[in-house]
Design a binder for this molecule. Structure first.
Ligand code: DGJ
Length: 465
């Protein structure tokens, strides 16, 4: 009995030992396999962005877009000497880079608004500078004229495989309607430019023109037309334009809607309204993957944003609306989507003067939206606190480079608005966000959104996908 049990025991032990050995072999082999797989995926990831394999040259270019480029701009000494007496009485406040930016006589004027000698001219043989974006330099169209598409947005039209850039055509004199009024240019209309490569732009003319005579018309030149955006409606086959319509004092606070059969217009102006019965100033529209389009606008004296779906034909809002970013005082919304998450870049509300951008994120477009912080990287502190001396207007998705976008902003020039410049920079979604969030017990829920400053940069060739 004992012997049997001994034998049995030893047999059982042998069996257990064997199965333990084989179990641990299996477990270690599995761990080894997993480690190998992990290592392989890391190696692959280093060559892959959003699932596409990249050549080393593209890879280097993408990494270059994420390089942090510093700016060291020295503030010039004040002009003219002050008497020692005056200096003692009231020490002169130190001027900052933003003071210099806002001073049209600043010695740094040419740094913020480089002159025509440095203009980007895609029709000239620019050698190695081909396809490079130079933020804030004058940008010429294919006829050699400065592009006039401020506060703009871009539509990719798959019927013509073309990009269309719509924006405020501001090529007129800047003046104030009254002593304390904001600087303005009379409405001229909405400019449209077409391009295959997002760098060479052909002027398609005014696709919606101002009304010269009828003073009661929304588009009468004495009014305000800002931030036009165009989307295509698959169901009706119409191109639909939404824009901010206002009077010279910004009290009308409405949206205007126009339609066309063609991306290059002419657009027929339909009507204006206060959406959902609320004031609407800076605005944008966003068409989601399921074809539903949304209007997002600053309201309640710009203290909050409102968001709501459009009707199926995109010609009106529905009665569904949510108030978001309440009491945050944001404007200039630019919305985009990445891997199911909605992101929005906004500015503060300081008229034509630049201020700090914020990025917001949401799992559902109707909210809740949460503020993630300032997305600007590089330049210097003042560059980051002023959105590189510019204001958001649109974010362009790049189909071949998931997670990479073009951030479009306006560097407004209030003394001469027609000479406002375009600041286009790479925007990258990836990595952990810096701020913990209310809704997630302090854990970051979304990826960081980063906009990188570059004096010059270009897209790798694979951007089209
Ligand atoms: C800031 C807005 O974002 C611009 O579109 C324009 O309306 C200016 N304010 C006018 O001061």
């Amino acid at each position: 009995m004992r012997a049997r049990s001994k034998h049995r025991k030893s047999t059982t032990w042998g069996c257990n030992a064997w199965s333990r050995v084989s179990m641990s072999t299996v477990v270690w082999s599995l761990i080894g396999c997993l480690l190998m797989l992990h290592l392989y995926s890391i190696v692959r990831q280093r060559d892959t962005i959003g699932g596409i394999r990249l050549h080393t040259s593209h890879h280097i270019l993408l990494r270059e877009l994420e390089a942090v480029e510093e700016e060291d701009i020295q503030i010039p000494p004040p002009k003219g000497k002050r008497s020692p007496h005056a200096a003692k009485r009231r020490p002169k406040r130190k001027t900052t880079l933003i003071d210099e930016f806002l001073d049209e006589n600043s010695q740094l004027r040419n740094v913020f608004f480089p002159d025509e000698k440095t203009a980007i001219d895609p029709m000239k043989d620019v050698g190695d500078d081909s396809f490079y974006y130079f933020p804030a330099r004058i940008w010429l169209d294919t006829e050699g004229n400065p592009i006039q598409a401020h506060g703009g947005g871009i539509l990719y039209d798959d019927r013509s495989d073309m990009y269309y850039w719509y924006g405020e055509y501001k090529d007129g004199p800047t003046y104030q309607a009254h002593k304390d009024g904001p600087a303005r240019v009379d409405i001229i209309g909405v400019g449209c430019y077409s391009s295959k490569d997002l760098w060479t732009w052909k002027n398609e003319g005014l696709v919606l023109a101002a009304e010269e005579k009828n003073e009661t018309h929304d588009l009468h030149k004495s009014n305000v037309l800002e931030r036009p955006k165009v989307i295509y409606n698959e169901r009706t086959g119409k191109y639909v334009m939404w824009m901010h319509i206002d009077d010279a004092n910004y009290t009308k606070a409405s949206v205007g809607i126009a339609i066309s059969d063609y991306p290059t217009g002419p657009f027929d102006y339909l009507y204006s309204k206060r959406p959902h019965g609320f004031e609407s100033r800076d605005m944008t529209i966003f068409r989601d993957d399921d074809g539903v389009a949304y209007l997002i606008y600053s309201s309640e004296d710009n203290s909050e944003l409102h968001i709501g779906p459009l009707t199926d034909d995109y010609l009106d809002v529905t009665n569904v609306m949510r108030q978001i970013l309440i009491k945050q005082h944001r404007e200039a919304p630019a919305l985009f989507k990445h891997e199911g998450t909605y992101y929005m870049v906004t500015s503060g509300c300081t008229g034509w003067a630049p201020n700090e951008a914020m990025v917001h994120a949401a799992d559902s477009i109707m909210g809740p939206w949460e503020t993630m912080g300032n997305p600007c990287i590089g330049g210097n502190k003042m560059f980051r606190l002023t959105t590189f001396f510019a204001q958001s207007t649109f974010v362009v998705p790049l189909p071949g480079l998931p997670g990479f976008f073009i951030f479009m902003a306006d560097r407004w020039n209030p003394p001469d608005l027609r000479d406002s410049r375009y600041v286009w920079l790479p925007l990258v979604v990836g990595g952990a966000a810096d701020l913990p969030f209310e809704y997630s017990f302090g854990f970051p829920l979304w990826s960081r959104v980063s906009i990188y400053w570059h004096r010059k940069w270009k897209l790798p060739d694979v951007w089209k996908g």
